[in-house]
Structure formats: structure tokens, C-alpha cells
Design a protein around this ligand. Structure first.
Ligand code: PLP
Length: 357
């Protein structure tokens, strides 16, 4: 059997969830959209279900998969509904629904609903993606209440630059939020992972941790709170071939690496078809046989090459960690000019093995 695997440590997931709740002192929706950032939404939600205040997903399809697996906790649709005909299903399955645009307010006003909705009313505080314009926020809120179709409204917004700890943008967005919600007596939710970890002054009755649940830092710089996270996914494989090359010989497609010295090359069963980033360059860290080494040459579809020159103990069959508890996904991401979010979501073909049920 091909040795490429992603181990998913559910104990670490629970640790990170508890940490999110303790650090924020708030209720926490575990964000399990996009198949729990590639970690498997149903398995992750089941592992958290006994303690989670709720879950958040992108769309009703993802929510129904959780309900079909028996998840009873609240589930929030982060993009709300895409078409008004989803509203009866949202009610039937007891889902919570973001309202981010006026057309959704109108659709709710027109809908025939036999039970009231729970709405998270999103304000655009400066990200300028979705969310009501500040001038529409209080009118939108009042219209939802007046419609008689909404039982409860949580006030929410989303930060564009909370991962930049020295930027003013987060404070500016918060100021827009505070102004727009003046006089409304309702719970609020602002903090995603970087805001939860890095912006303790931001209020939030509900936090929405995503990437931090999976144990990856959202920051590009060291951050004290992020050090408490435990990586959940270990992407691993094995060395399947070893060769000794004299100095001057190239390795891999495009001859992107040419050894300056005699080089012992290990070939690992892992490639971009598994979701390993193709743009990870020579020098990207890996662990092999318990020692730190690095990639050489281009990542190919099913294989990649690593330097075994300084790891004489490594041979065919030696275990390789591409990322996990020793090689942080965030460090690989920096090298490959991407983010752990994308690396996790890109994972495919590799079987997931769950531990720590
Ligand atoms: C995805 C998402 C989150 C989670 O973000 P992280 O940075 O992964 O913590 C929170 N809120 C909203 C609205 C989202 O879309």
C-alpha cells in the first residue's frame, strides 16, 4: 500500500478547541467548513460534539452532512442561503443563518416559515466582501425583527487583517462595528482565529475559530498564544528509493536542483496530486528518520525528493513527516508562498487516519 497518510489527532483538536474557549472566555463555534479544512468535517465535529457550543460551515450542503451524521449542536451557515428555497430546509434542520446582504433580508420578509429563524446579521466593517453597509445595518435589523420571522439576531463582522498584529485596520473595523451597533441589545461575534489569538481587546460573545482548531498559526511571525496550539494533522509518507549522485548532477523536472557536492537523494511517495504544494522550493523542511532535512528539486505529481546526505541512517522505508508536530505546516507554507489554510484544504488522495477518539 502506498505509504502516504494524513494522521488526524482528535485529542489535539479538542485541546485547541478548549484553548480557544478558555482564551476568549466566550462561546465558540468550531469552524468546520471545507471538510474541516481538509481534516474531515464529520469526524472532527463528532470528536467535538460533546463540548462544542456549535459549528460553522459555509453552506447548507455542508450543514446537512453534519446533521446526517447525527450532530445535534447548533450549526451556522457562514454565507447564509444562496436561494430563498433553502429557507424551509434551514428551519427543518434547525440551522442558524448568516444574513450578509439586503436581498437576503427581503427573501426572509417574503418567506413562509413555520418557525422563527436565528440570524447572524453581518456588517461590512471594511473588508468589503459581504456584510450590510453600516447605513443599512440598523434598518436591516429592524426589518428582520418586524418581519416576525426571526427569533434571535447575533451581530457579526469579519476582519480582513487581524493576522497583521501591527496594522490599524482591525481597530478601525472595530470602531465601525461599535458605531453601527449602538443601541442594539444583542450578542456579538467578531473574532476568527487571528483576532481570537492576537486581539484580546475585541469583544465577542461568540468566537469563530477555524485554522487554530487545526493547530496552525494564522500569523507569519511568532506569537505567544499561537505557541499553545497543537498541530492536528501529520502528513507523512516513506522513502521509496535512494540514490547517490556525484556533484553536478541534476534532480527532478526542469533540473531545478544541481548538487554542488555528492548528494544522497531520497525519493518520497508524496506529490502535488496529494496536495503537497508544488511551489515548495529546494530547502523546504521535512523530517526523515527523526532528523531534519529538506526538499531538493521540483515537487512532482506523486513524488518529491529530499536530501539524505546528512542523514546516513535514512534508507528505503524511512518515515518522512512533510508537516505535523515537528515540521510546522506554517513553516512549509512560508517556503511555498502559501498559507496553511490552503495546504490543508488542498489535501486529496491521501487517506486520513484518525487517532485519539
Ligand atoms: C472561515 C471563517 C472563519 C474562521 O476563520 P479562521 O481564520 O480560520 O479562524 C470565521 N468567520 C468567518 C465568517 C469565516 O468565513
Amino acid at each position: 500500500m502506498r505509504p502516504a497518510r494524513a494522521l488526524i489527532d482528535l485529542q489535539a483538536l479538542r485541546h485547541n478547541y478548549r484553548f480557544a474557549r478558555e482564551l476568549s472566555g466566550a462561546k465558540a463555534l468550531a469552524v468546520v467548513k471545507a471538510d474541516a479544512y481538509g481534516h474531515g468535517a464529520v469526524r472532527c465535529a463528532l470528536a467535538l460534539e460533546s463540548e462544542a457550543d456549535g459549528f460553522a460551515v459555509a453552506c447548507i450542503e455542508e450543514a446537512l452532512a453534519l446533521r446526517a451524521a447525527g450532530i445535534k449542536a447548533p450549526v451556522l451557515l457562514l454565507e447564509g442561503f444562496f436561494e430563498a428555497n433553502e429557507l424551509p430546509l434551514i428551519i427543518e434542520h434547525d440551522l442558524w443563518c448568516v444574513v450578509h446582504s439586503l436581498w437576503q433580508v427581503e427573501a426572509i420578509e417574503r418567506a413562509q416559515l413555520h418557525k422563527p429563524l436565528t440570524v447572524w446579521l453581518k456588517l461590512d466593517t471594511g473588508m468589503h466582501r459581504v456584510g450590510l453597509h453600516p447605513k443599512d445595518y440598523q434598518p436591516g435589523y429592524q426589518r428582520l425583527l418586524a418581519s416576525g420571522k426571526v427569533a434571535r439576531i447575533v451581530l457579526m463582522s469579519h476582519f480582513a487583517r487581524a493576522d497583521e498584529l501591527d496594522a490599524d485596520a482591525t481597530e478601525n473595523q472595530l470602531a465601525v462595528f461599535e458605531e453601527a451597533r449602538q443601541g442594539l441589545v444583542a450578542e456579538c461575534s467578531l473574532r476568527n482565529s487571528p483576532a481570537l489569538l492576537g486581539w484580546p481587546q475585541v469583544p465577542s460573545d461568540w468566537v469563530r475559530p477555524g485554522i487554530m482548531l487545526y493547530g496552525a498559526t494564522p500569523f507569519e511571525v511568532p506569537q505567544a498564544q499561537a505557541d499553545h496550539l497543537q498541530p492536528v494533522m501529520t502528513l507523512q509518507s516513506r522513502v521509496i528509493s535512494v540514490r547517490e549522485l556525484p556533484a553536478g548532477e541534476p534532480v527532478g523536472y526542469g533540473a531545478k536542483f544541481v548538487g554542488q557536492r555528492p548528494t544522497r537523494v531520497g525519493v518520497v511517495a508524496m506529490g502535488y496530486a496529494d496536495g503537497y504544494p508544488r511551489h515548495a522550493p529546494t530547502g523546504t523542511p521535512v523530517m526523515v528518520a527523526g532528523k531534519r532535512s529538506h526538499l531538493i528539486g521540483r515537487v512532482s505529481m506523486d513524488m518529491l525528493c529530499i536530501d539524505l546526505t546528512e542523514v546516513p541512517g535514512a534508507d528505503i522505508g524511512s518515515p518522512v513527516e512533510l508537516w505535523g508536530k515537528q515540521i510546522l505546516a506554517s513553516d512549509v507554507a512560508l517556503q511555498a508562498e502559501t498559507i496553511p489554510y490552503e495546504m490543508f484544504c488542498n489535501l486529496k488522495r491521501v487517506p486520513l487516519d484518525y487517532q485519539g477518539e
